[in-house]
Design a protein around this ligand. Structure first.
Ligand SMILES: Cc1ncc(COP(=O)(O)O)c(C=O)c1O
Length: 465
């Protein structure tokens, strides 16, 4: 079967050519997963048949997700979020094992929620360490970032408050907002301070309690957008909000999932990079992306933390983070704090630049861009430094269906992007020349076959291996 991948996407095309056999089997399997099933289940239980009928709707749109394991493929890693390579770093693993050894009697599970038996001095110590690292008053560790966003947005906006959010905000913020007591919710155009201004003015005009300063507005943004890979113009948005609400009843909530470990001093995030700690009420840092751990920390003040502990159902009715999870978080943060990841962080930024320069200097780029076949949002907005490299075909082009079908089936049709996440250790099993560690050294322009670029010390193994 022929998969209509657009050949004009140069790097992807070249990559598929190199991994021809594997891609073919992957595509055949994917095509098989789109075949309808319900018609062949006439004698099966109605319960399962109804579920298969629902799945057939997805299959008819070529959108039925087919899981694959990393071991099954030898693909070049442009999609995992192990951006700094810390997950495979010997340093984090060593720090983690040292941490376990220091607590030989540790329990594998916390055996209770924070409110019952799940709390511990260790957990509170790690929270204090993380808060200090990011320059926050308090921290609250939660089992996942999604649960963190659900907790924040379902609990913190109170009745009569309003939520104004960037239109590309993460799905988990939407999940939280669905349960929120703040009934007034309004999106503003992505990264657009004028649109934020208009949205805030609309709130002011329609909500008397907010206008008279007895209720608040929460503005929800991401530091690096998971959709477009661009960076939030945070300072500008904060100034805009102050212009509309000079009395200060507007507060910012920022999701730093994609900036954690990658932006700011020792990877502390965008807010720390801009010195805006006192201007942002709540920050969410997740550990499952650039950091080699799972879970997230909500950074806030004691009032917000107490509210979350008392009201957030996803925290109250869930087992507290376990010791092994906390030990890996601590090990990763020890590495960040030591400054050992800074070299890797710098290198990732150079790789992103290299990718964008390579794409846009290809003779085919201007044609693809002018005809709207291919977008590189982080290149178009040259003022912001990109950290992710999304590319998307024009929604009207037939290629858009292919992208939508398998590459990003979880966003609405015609909004799909191919997200390329450059990594420090992103090579496929065969080492096919696209590995981050085969790129020319950013300092000296030389390459090497080894893991350390031209061995000048800026190589991908700066992450501590
Ligand atoms: C912007 C953003 N926020 C939150 C999350 C959720 O984090 P977690 O994977 O820890 O649930 C993600 C993960 O995809 C994300 O991209």
């Amino acid at each position: 079967m022929c998969f209509p991948l657009p050949v004009y996407i140069v790097f992807l095309h070249q990559y598929l050519r190199r991994t021809h056999t594997m891609s073919d089997s992957f595509i055949v399997e994917w095509a098989r997963a789109q075949q309808p099933k319900a018609p062949s289940m006439k004698n099966a239980s109605v319960f399962y048949r109804n579920l298969e009928e629902e799945l057939d709707v997805r299959r008819a749109q070529h959108g039925c997700i087919m899981l694959h394991t990393k071991e099954q493929t030898s693909m070049v890693d442009f999609s995992s979020t192990d951006i700094l390579g810390l997950s495979t770093s010997g340093s984090v693993r060593k720090g983690y094992l040292d941490e376990l050894a220091k607590h030989p009697d540790f329990k594998l599970s916390s055996h209770g929620s924070r409110l019952t038996d799940g709390n511990s001095k260790y957990l509170e110590d790690v929270e204090r360490e993380l808060a200090a690292f990011h320059g926050a008053e308090a921290g609250l560790i939660v089992n996942t970032g999604s649960l963190g966003n659900a907790a924040i947005f379902s609990v913190i906006p109170r009745p009569g408050d309003a939520i104004v959010y960037d239109e590309l905000i993460h799905a988990s913020v939407h999940d939280g907002m669905k349960d929120s007591l703040a009934l007034y919710r309004k999106a503003f155009r992505h990264n657009d301070s004028e649109s934020l201004y208009d949205a805030l003015v609309a709130v002011q005009e329609s909500q008397p309690q907010i206008r008279n300063g007895t209720r608040s507005v929460l503005v929800a943004v991401e530091s690096v957008y998971s959709m477009d890979g661009d960076i939030c113009p945070l300072q500008e948005l904060i100034e805009t909000a102050k212009e509309v609400f000079p009395e200060g009843n507007v507060q910012f909530v920022i999701d730093e999932a994609h900036s954690t470990g990658v932006i700011g001093p020792n990877g502390a995030g965008l807010v720390s990079a801009l010195g805006l700690e006192s201007e942002v009420a709540i920050r969410l840092h997740t550990f499952g992306k650039a950091l080699a751990a799972t879970g997230a920390v909500i950074l806030c003040n004691e009032t917000v933390r107490t509210m979350l502990i008392n009201y957030a159902r996803s925290i109250m009715f869930s087992v507290a983070p376990s010791f092994p999870m906390l030990a890996s978080i601590r090990a990763t943060y020890q590495l960040l704090r030591s400054g050992e990841t800074q070299g890797a962080q710098n290198r990732v930024h150079e790789i992103v630049k290299f990718f964008l320069e390579t794409m846009t200097s290809d003779p085919i780029w201007s044609k693809a861009s002018d005809t709207g076949l291919l977008r590189l949002p982080t290149y178009e907005d040259a003022d912001v430094q990109p950290r992710r490299c999304p590319a998307s075909p024009h929604p009207d082009h037939p290629a858009a269906d292919a992208y939508q079908a398998q590459l990003l089936p979880c966003v609405p049709p015609a909004t799909g992007r191919f997200l390329g996440l450059p990594h420090l250790v992103s090579g496929g099993a065969q080492g096919d020349g696209t590995r981050a560690d085969h790129l020319p050294c950013v300092k000296h322009g030389r390459g090497s076959e080894g893991p350390g670029c031209c061995n000048c010390g800026m190589g991908p193994r700066d992450a501590g291996d």
